[in-house]
Write a protein of this length. Structure first.
Length: 443
């Protein structure tokens, strides 16, 4: 570990991925293409983002990866678990996200990435024919197997550090309730093999116990539970989650803060979309969709604050649906109808038709999350990393704090955190001292 945590780290960073599916393989292929100069890591703050430092008169804008030390793409290696026995090449071809000509140069490299056996619970993921599962019969033994796998990955990949980014299929919505209300209760539930402990929780538990930062890219219940937050603080491990902010929710967090900034009222937001990848197939199961619905619907309430603005947002009807439609594959299409009102309550409408590619939006987020979680670990930060809210549909904050959903506040928070890490002043954007000499404020 580098003595200055903000310096560029030495040694390899293993990005460990429970779930070797469309998103995971798009990430792996993209990193390799970028490494070889065959593609640009578009959408990634760590690879392309810049940050302004000091006052505007200083003209100091630097790349984020020059400001803080992040693992270089050349030092990133990958390991994965899956309940289906396919290598990354097979998955990438089948998922059909990247065109064949872009994948072709990566055949050998992707064939070399074979998942280890995954933790399988047929109640959690119902629509997948699992043929590659950890055979252990108890939760404790499954956790021990994943912990061993982590150590083996580190050794075999020659890595000095690791982060786990969870990206398995969406699990059925079965909150574990009291079993995850404290660490003590969780330990009891593990001993009793409580059937409500889903695989995501067990992967997270294993990672934290191994001192490996854990970020949850899915809506599955994991590190937002009090029990795992307690474990992360105890083990001094950073955690973050949950559910990557892509597609329709990304659009919501861009549009809603704009409407609120101009105090335009909203009385309805109808969102529907079609997708045909395996994620869509899994979400076709109503109990899996329920998990997604929960992470998707909290967004508007937290941005628009109906309790503060009852006249504007007190009566919103917010509907979200996802339809599995195989011909579309990963090329999702989303429609939003937003019923808004302005001066004197006169109604207006906004229609959004977003033709997006889910995994193309998700892959750069995964990369950033992994590199920033590694930075947090080197900073010796533990527990929830609220400064990474920018990446999540359902961001987490410390107990008693409202999570921040507004994308632009999230970005300001993230960039100010990076400035603080680098010993620079945070920027508050008042600019007042350009206009009055006696005001102590700047920037
Ligand atoms: N694509 C996006 O934009 C996006 C955005 C936000 C969240 N997500 C979430 O990311 C996850 C993955 O999406 P995807 O498009 O890559 O789906 P996918 O179906 O292509 O991949 C999921 C993989 O997880 C594997 N899996 C399921 N349960 C497992 C377990 N217990 N252990 C190990 N492997 C397991 C499946 O076999 C599959 O290979 C989903 O939960 C999805 O909701 C995706």
């Amino acid at each position: 570990m580098a003595s200055n945590p903000a310096a560029r780290p030495e040694g390899r960073l293993a990005i460990l991925l429970p779930g070797l599916g469309a998103v995971a393989t798009t990430l792996i292929a993209g990193v390799e293409l970028a490494r070889r100069g065959l593609g640009k890591p578009i959408g990634s703050l760590t690879q392309m983002g810049t940050i302004r430092l000091g006052k505007r008169t200083e003209g100091r804008t630097v790349r984020i990866d020059e400001l803080v030390g992040l693992a270089s793409l050349d030092d990133v290696v990958f390991g994965a678990w899956d309940i289906v026995n396919e290598d990354a090449w097979q998955v990438a071809k089948r998922s059909n996200v990247l065109p064949a000509e872009q994948l072709a140069p990566l055949e050998e490299m992707l064939k070399g990435i074979k998942p280890k056996k995954g933790i399988f619970d047929p109640e959690a993921v119902r629509r997948i024919d699992a043929n590659h599962v950890i055979e252990a019969k108890s939760h404790r033994a499954r956790i021990e197997q994943v912990r061993k796998d982590i150590r083996d990955f580190m050794k075999d990949l020659g890595a000095s550090r690791a982060v786990m980014v969870h990206i398995t299929s969406t699990e059925t919505y079965r909150p574990a309730g009291d079993a995850v209300s404290s660490l003590e209760k969780l330990e009891e539930a593990i001993e009793k093999n409580d059937p409500l402990l889903n695989p995501a929780l067990l992967y997270a538990y294993a990672a934290i116990m191994e001192g490996v930062p854990f970020a949850n890219g899915t809506p599955n219940q994991a590190v937002e539970t009090p029990a795992l937050q307690e474990l992360a603080r105890k083990q001094n491990v950073p955690i973050a989650g949950r559910d990557l902010k892509t597609g329709q929710t990304l659009m919501k967090t861009i549009i809603a803060p704009g409407l609120k900034a101009r105090l335009l009222g909203v009385n309805g937001w109808f969102s529907t979309n079609i997708l045909g990848n395996r994620d869509g197939e899994v979400l076709d199961d109503p109990s899996a969709f329920r998990a997604k619905e929960v992470t998707k619907t909290s967004v508007l309430d937290t941005i628009l604050q109906p309790e503060v603005y009852p006249d504007l947002y007190g009566k919103i009807s917010h509907k979200v649906s996802i339809h599995y439609y195989p011909p579309r594959g990963d090329e999702k299409e989303g429609w939003d109808n937003i019923d808004i009102f302005g001066w004197l309550g006169l109604p207006m409408q906004i229609k959004v038709n977003f033709l997006c590619r889910d995994s193309i939006l998700a892959a750069p987020l995964m990369l950033d999350i992994a590199l920033f979680m590694d930075l947090a670990q080197r900073m010796k930060w533990r527990g929830m990393q609220e400064w990474l809210s920018f990446y999540f549909k359902s961001p987490m904050a410390a107990e008693g704090l409202q999570p921040e959903h507004d994308l632009f506040i999230q970005l300001t928070k993230l960039k100010n955190t990076l400035r603080v890490i680098a010993g620079e002043e945070p920027i508050h954007h008042t600019g007042l001292d350009y206009y009055a000499d006696d005001l102590p404020l700047g920037r």
